[in-house]
Design a protein around this ligand. Structure first.
Ligand code: BTN
Length: 260
């Protein structure tokens, strides 16, 4: 699919957003996440939140050793912000990436009538068994956060590596139409700030949405933590962000790990 000129991101509209203080846009970048780290390290961070968006990433990365393939027409961006600027804790909190996941679900759900859009622990948004968006949160020693999001929007997965093609999907493939990515990004930024704030203000209440949106409930999952695998039936996601598994030892909570 070719992306029409009208699908260009509108930098002026982004810059006007009250959700951010500044924006950097790039045609090609290794990784918006790495660029955000570079800015943070420079000592001249400037006003935050800083939004960094790229049309293409040559080395987009995900959790652990994962790579993120950035299809043309998708959204790939990182938001560098200081939670203290929103009067929130600077501690790394497992539920924060799920709160960002809730924000993504809320943003795309109205565009995908008839589809069950939900959370796939630990940090993905899935639809129809496929990955629509990935989230990567890096917390810096200063407490500043970098939230990186890759969201498949107007791209098809045809040009993607085989493993990505088999497991990922885009909004346009599901709905048969294309979307104004600037509008989508602005809505997502608003929802993201609101979700992070609400999750901090009312963790139990907000966290109950993780359970409602968890798409893995009832599935048998294998999780690897520190080289050790545990198998169990998924009972959902706790309000504190933990994956709940019914294993032979009873109900166990996992705050980190890799699903196998
Ligand atoms: C994952 O699936 O494990 C998380 C993927 C996160 C990808 C986004 S794309 C924008 C930002 N820049 C990166 O290099 N990664 C994140």
């Amino acid at each position: 699919m070719t992306i029409s000129p009208s699908d260009q991101l509108d930098t002026d509209r982004l810059a006007e957003s009250r959700a951010i203080a500044r924006v950097e846009t790039y045609e090609t970048l290794s990784s918006t996440q790495d660029r955000a780290h570079e800015v943070a390290r420079s000592g001249a961070v400037g006003p935050l939140p800083l939004l960094i968006v790229a049309e293409e990433q040559t080395a987009g990365r995900g959790r652990g050793a994962n790579r993120w393939w950035t299809g043309r027409g998708s959204l790939a961006f990182s938001l560098l912000f200081d939670p203290a600027g929103w009067q929130l804790s600077r501690q790394p909190l497992p539920e924060r990436s799920l709160a960002v996941g809730v924000a993504i679900v809320e943003t795309v759900r109205p565009l995908l009538a008839g589809y069950a859009v939900g959370l796939h622990w630990p940090n993905d948004v899935f639809v129809s068994g496929k990955k629509l968006a990935g989230i990567l949160i890096d917390v810096l020693p200063s407490g500043q956060h970098i939230v990186g999001i890759g969201l498949n929007v107007n791209n098809t997965l045809h040009g993607a590596p085989g493993d990505v093609r088999a497991r990922a999907v885009s909004l346009c493939e599901l709905s048969g139409r294309t979307f104004d990515r600037t509008t989508l990004l602005l809505e997502l930024l608003r929802n993201l700030e609101a979700a992070v704030r609400e999750s901090a203000a009312a963790p139990e209440e907000f966290g109950s949405r993780f359970q409602d949106l968890c798409l893995q409930i009832g599935q048998e999952l294998t999780i690897e933590v520190g080289g050790q695998c545990s198998v169990g039936r998924c009972a959902g996601i706790a309000a504190d962000g933990a994956l709940l598994l019914e294993t032979l030892r009873g109900r166990e909570k996992f705050y980190s790990g890799v699903l196998r």
